[in-house]
Each structure stands twice: as structure tokens, then as C-alpha cells.
Design a protein around this ligand. Sequence first.
Ligand code: NFS
Ligand code: SF4
Length: 668
Amino acid sequence: MAEEKAEKALKSVDPASQKMIDKAEADGISTIFDRADKMKPCNIGVQGTCCKVCSQGPCRLPLPKKGIEGEDTRMGLCGATANTIAARNFVRMIAGGAAAHSDHGRGVAEVFLAAARGEAADYKIQDTKRLIDVAKIFEIPVTVGEGDDEKPRDTQEIAIELGEKALAEWGKQEGEIYTAKRAPKARYELWKKLDIVPRGIDREIVEIMHRTHMGVDQDYKNLIKQGSRAAIADGWGGSMIATDLQDILFGAPVPIHGDINLGVFKQDEVNVVIHGHEPLLSEMIVVASRTPEMQEMAKAKGAKGINLAGMCCTANEILMRHGLPVAGNYLQQELAIITGAVDAMVVDVQCIMENIANVAKCFHTKIITTNTRAKMEEAGTIHIEFDEHHALDNAKEILKTAIENFPNRRAEVMIPDEQSPMVAGFTYESIEYHLGGSFRGTYYTLNDNIINGRIRGIGGVVGCNNARTIHDNDHLVIIKELLKNDVIVLTTGCSAMACGKAGLLTPEAAKEFCGPGLAEVCETVGIPPVLHMGSCVDNSRILMAATGVVNAGGLGNDISDVPVAGSAPEWMSEKAISIGHYFVASGVYTVFGVGLPVTGAPVFQDYLFNQLENELGGMWDVEADPIKHAQKMIAHIDKKRKELGIDKARERVLFDMEARRQLDEEVA
Ligand code: NFS
Ligand code: SF4
């Protein structure tokens, strides 16, 4: 231990990142990594028991050192208990996260409708099959005429109606959102019984803000009930609609190759990092970058071409649809600039660190903000507002700014060598294709392998990086432990990028990292053992994959019956809490790393971690130690296998494999 201390603490398990962190330190450039050392979090906030919803506070209710002995008499000035305060804070995080995902979805719906009406000429509907599928979910007629006269309805008409109906989901006041019915029947009925089917997306978020205002909802269970409504409105509503409409507008992803890590930058090309979340912008920049006009402009400035690289969830979007390279995940945004090779970093919304503007000042890098919701006050940043009616022109202007900046590189460029190949682009539909039987076209093969025990269960490992943990470490330790135990992993967001950098998103990873059962399945089908399903709004794809498993049969009637567990090892954003809670509300046991701000309110914590299972079939848990974290997920998966009566099958499979191995050895 002492020896470890003497050595400089490791900040990242990714060598490319570690090199850039060292360079930043040597050059005296402040990054989140050294700020995390200097500023420790407030212990009361960490516990979730600081209330600042009125100006009589902040009222602080830390746990006494000795814990609670006897009755818990802690209260704020108004009498709010630790449970009320922690629950209020928790559901406000759900509101923040659901708002972010859903406002993204709203933006997509607006552009979709404009495109359908022919008012946004640069966008075209690309996937008409998907359009028809989604239209049906919104109860839109897709044919006209009856009997022998029945014929397909005009696609533009369908698209306009879908755009209108989808957009109306945000402002709906009563009834229920259409997409709630996509959940397994038993799940939907449970939501109805519990009265948590969302009425409209915005309404549920606003109601959280009302209920958590000073002096309103003072029952932590009732607060969580509203949290569930809003979270379902995110996962099965705003996020799901975003994914569906993006797929229709930009094409549904199919498995595709790509490269990841800071080594994707090119010394002799204009490097443009597209950082943020909304594909509305990034798709258009991709189109613009391929025009001869932009290519020639780059050549005229002495560059060989334009190299677009994604960062954060935007990266996942353009990787999934175009195979474009990924520069890195959340904690690499400052580090990308420190290579000195980034001619422009284009940002839209969410997960953008304010400090990139300061880091950029040490280099030639231009920071370009593009969204009316997200500007930077820092001098030197440029705002080029992105407007769907002039999308391609805006994209060209952005690229032009980057190209003109190419000759200005001044500091020594230091691009790390590291880049890893990966396969991404798995969706609910493409998993059906790869793991469905050729005859049944459903999740039959996946289910069959879970039932026969080759695959022990499914882990959904998602979410952010967090400067309070070693960058990427917990994602990788947890996922490798799951693979070793034959748990197939579905991943999104920054977790998916951690996997990509570590080589887990290749078919070859199956042999190296998986237990014998999972390795056999992956090798037979030719898929990686970790399936990259996209950005964080694409967690809706994981919900649909779980639904596909339920509907294929043999593994119970509801998501809560399936041997599946969720995880966000390095979570940091409010979006992660919203995602965690819609996993829980969908029946999934969900473990978070780092810590959850509920420890200061033990009764509320017990409700989330234990009691909620009785209501929703899913519950929260927290575990900062990555091995224990994975073991908890595996224990839950085994519990579900036992409940389904398929625990013995797995013992048989493993016995068979052992017997076969011995036979092989004897023969050899
Ligand atoms: Ni998700 Fe994507 Fe990454 Fe976390 Fe941020 S980029 S939407 S919130 S940090 S996974
Ligand atoms: Fe304190 Fe109550 Fe005001 Fe919160 S609402 S800051 S607990 S007085």
C-alpha cells in the first residue's frame, strides 16, 4: 500500500489518456483529474441529505458518526426528514435526466416533422420500413382502402402524422404515452395497477418540480412514485422516441466496424471533434465533410482531408451509422485538445465540460458551440447556431472554421498511438437477426442459450465516466468478470467506449475473456461478447431487447423474470439516475458504482434497495468495489435462473464442457 502511495496514483487505465494526463501536468494545464485531487466532495451532499429548496436552508442532515440510535429525530427547519430530503433530491435528479433525454427527443421530433413536411430540405426520411413499424405503434393507419382495394398509404402522409403525434407526446395532459404499450404485457399492466403509466412527457417532469418545491410532497414513497412516472416517460417515451425517429431519419444502424481512442487523430488532416449528443448536428457535419467543396477547401489549406471524430454520445451516433472514428469518452474531452491536433471541437448539449474552453486557449483549438440552449461565456469560443432549415449551410460554416484553423497549429502535436478496432451498431432489430433463429426470427436462439445454460444471463452495463474513480477501470473490471461468468453484456454510452478501447467489442474477445458457454455461443454466431447498442438515449434499445427476450418465451412473462441485471459503474450525470430508475421501474435489478446520494437516509435507502422489489420487481443497489459489484449482478441472475427452474441446466452444460475438455486432453 505504502509503495503504491509513493508511486503517482493511476488516473486512467487507458494508456492514451494517461499519457495526455501526464502531458497536461508537465505543461501546467489544469484538467478534471487534478481538480478531483484538490477538491473533495461535501460529505452531506454525498449522503443526499442537504436541502436547498428554500432560503431557510440549506438544511444539512448528515448521519451521526455512530449511526442512528433509536428514533431518527433529524429534521430541517420546516420539519422535513432525511428521507423526505433525500427522496426529493433523488427525484429531482430523475427530472433533470429525463428532461435532458426528452428535450433531445423533442428536438428530433421537431426536425422529423419539418423533414416530413418538406420544410427542412437537408433531411430526408431514410428508413421507410421502420417508419411503418413505428407508425403502427402510434396507431396510425398505414394502408388505405379495404379488402381488394387496400393499398399502402403514402409514406409522406404517414410521416407527417407520425411527426405530429410523436411531438404531441410531450404536451399530452391525460391518457398515456403510446410507447408504454411496447413493454411486455405484464409490465404494462403492473404500471397501470400502480398508476405510473406516464400521461405526457413534460407533465411528469414538471410535476416532479412541483412536488419537490418547499412544502409539497412529504412522503418518500409518493415522491418515488412520481419519479417512476417521469423515468418511464424518459426510457419508454422521450428516449425511445428519439431513437426511433433518428433511425427513421438517418437510417437504422447495423453492425459496423470502427476505431476508437485518441490515436484516431491524424497529423496531416483537419481534425474535427464532434462532441455532445444530438445526431441532428453531427449527421449534417458528416454530409458536409464529404462534399467536394469542403474537401478542396481542406486541401487548399495544406491538409490531406477532413477527419471527423466523435466524443461522448454523439460519437456513438456517428459510429453506429457511419463507422466514423471515436476520439474517446467523457473524461477524454480535455485530453483530446491536449494532443494539439484538434482544429475544432464542435459541441451541442450535455456532458460538455466548461473547462475545455480554458484548455483550448493553450492550443490553437477552436471551440464552437452550436445550440441555442448551450452557449459558453468564455472569450475565444465561437457560436455558430445550428438551425434545421439551413442545416447543411451551418455545417459547412462550422467545417470552414475548422479548416481555416488548420495552419494555426502551434504547440507540438502529440497524438498517442493507441487506437482499437471494434464492432458497434447492435440494435433490438439486429440482435434479433444475429441471435434469432433463422426460422422464427425472434429472440429464440438467445433465449434457448440462456435456458440451456450456455449463457448465464444478460448484463446491461452503461453510463458515464466519473473523475472520482479511475477512468474506465470499473467498467472493464465489472464487464470482464461478467464475461468470465458467461454473462453476455449489452452496453451503451461512455461504457461502450471504455469497452471499445479495451478490445472487448470484437468477436475475438469471446475467446480471450468469456467463460466456455458464452465463448461458444459468440464464436458460433460470430458476435462480440459485449454488444455496443449506441448512445445513452439508445438505452431504450436495451429495454426493447429485454422485451424481445420476454416475448420470445420460455423465460417468464415479464422483464423482472429474466436473468438480467443493470449497472452503471462510473455514473456521474442526472441522466444516469433517470436511466437507472427506468431500468428499476422496468423490473431490472440495477447496481450503481461510485456511490448513491441516499446513504444519509437509511429508511429511504432501504426502500430503494429492498422494498421496491415487491412493488416493481426491480430495485436499486450500490457497490463501489467492481468485483463485488459484478458478483452482486451474477447472484441476482442466478436467483432468477432458480426462480425459472433453469439453474440445473447450467450445471449440466458446464459439466458437459468439462467432460469434453477432459476427453480432448485424454485424446491428446
Ligand atoms: Ni450518457 Fe452521453 Fe457519457 Fe454519461 Fe455523458 S456522454 S448521454 S451521460 S458521460 S454516458
Ligand atoms: Fe430547510 Fe425545509 Fe427549506 Fe429544505 S424546505 S431548506 S429542509 S426549511
